[in-house]
Design a binder for this molecule. Sequence first.
Ligand code: CTP
Length: 403
Amino acid sequence: MSILSGKKILLGVTAGIAAYKTANLVRLFIKSGAEVQVIMTPASKDFITPLTLSTLSKNPVHSTFYDKEEENELWNNHVDLGLWADYMVIAPATANTLSKMTNGTCDNLLLATYLSAKCPVYFAPAMDLDMYKHPSTKQSLTKLQEFGNTMIPATSGELASGLVGEGRMAEPEDIVAFIENDILSQLPLKGKKVMITAGPTYEAIDPVRFIGNHSSGKMGFAIANAAANLGAEVYLISGPSQQKIAHSLVKRIDVTSAEEMYEASHAHYPDADIAILSAAVADYRPKNVVNEKIKKKDTSLEIALEPTKDILASLGKIKKQQFLVGFALETNNELEHALGKLERKNLDAIVLNSLKDKGAGFATDTNKITFIDKNKAQVSFGLKSKVEVADDILSEILKRLDA
Ligand code: CTP
């Protein structure tokens, strides 16, 4: 999944021959899962039609402050457009538009929107080589970057004029890759490895039966997704779960038993920066696993159980650079029990959820947590979706990561 998935991109098209390439650019943004709106300068319509771009972007294309053709002359609010966008991309960006952007001129909808946009702005210059080399253009490029905009550099090659040199707009595939990499490089968990355990474990009794629990894995999967969205390389060690995850930064490792989860966790822990253990690991397993299916009898059946290994405690014992987080699901004396686990298992933080709280715990789509760090500082959150809870947990971890 692209980092652009679900993001809102405002594409500004200006009047350069490279505008014809924006059809492909819009298609690539849509393919990456982004939502796209296009603003065109009036003159850019000579190079590509609004119909092409509105069809590909699945949204109306705006180029004037109001739509004259509409019965009620609808006002295109440049402030709203600017606020809607997560990212603004101006491609192609002509020398004329770059110069106007530098000086704060806003004599068309695109420029007014640029000036009021609060989101990151990328621009991909495109012009003939002598225009590109001109000191005034160079000055615009420098100034615009000083203002905090990001340039997607022009490349060298054959230009529309027939001349060969620098000034060609970057290819649409390269523009998308540039933006994706730029966003990734700025994410707070970029370059960090996060290990997460999730779901239940199943402890075999015989070839067809097991001891398990009702954990759905939803909380752990939501944390995996949230960590990947922050740029982390995520290893999600999951017990049997119906949950699905499709993120290019998440590697899923499926396990069944506590013993398998222990092995996988120890394999990935040594170079992890953060480990979050949200799995509901079975505390006991049958002492002897019967090889053949146990036959029904009239007498009662007793199964001897032995403790499984406590994965979290074992990781606490060998902790080095890792920020280690455990979960505590409690029914009584919640805080006292959670603090006890935090200390006993040598954790950096523990996420407490109480089964007394409606909507918290297993199988639900919601959770209500208290985040407690090793200094006993507590942050309590209201009832939220597990997706939101995952973001809260990661933001609390981030605050303490390099502290
Ligand atoms: N955990 C683990 N391995 C186990 C058991 C638990 O890694 N064999 C982890 C869970 O993933 C969770 C935390 O330990 O992060 C909570 O464990 P819990 O079972 O509540 O702790 P216990 O010390 O076993 O306490 P309790 O008496 O409440 O069962």
